[in-house]
Design a protein around this ligand. Structure first.
Ligand SMILES: [Zn+2]
Length: 93
């Protein structure tokens, strides 16, 4: 485990499937990393998947192609999403 600590600075809604309660967001981190995030709304908000958008190299392994590094930060990202109410803010836009 590296010492990398992601910090969310922006969240935008990217796609919503109301019927299935599926929400897709694009997330920007303080170091310039961009991720795609999927949440399931029902019965309560649950993080389903985080994947890095390949616009910038991975902040953990430095690869610029697909990797699974962000998986290990799902708990931290989900905590920030809840603590800072990012979903509520993104949906209000
Ligand atoms: Zn990586």
């Amino acid at each position: 485990m590296s010492s990398y600590k992601p910090s969310i600075v922006d969240l935008k809604k990217a796609g919503i499937n109301e019927k299935d309660g599926l929400y897709e967001f694009t997330m920007n981190l303080a170091d310039g990393t961009a991720c795609r995030v999927f949440y399931q709304r029902n019965p309560e908000w649950k993080l389903m998947n985080v994947s890095r958008l390949q616009k910038t190299p991975c902040p953990v392994c430095r690869k610029d192609y697909i990797c699974k590094c962000m998986d290990q930060y799902e708990g931290e990202l989900n905590r920030q999403m809840q603590d800072d109410q990012w979903i509520e803010k993104a949906l209000a836009e």
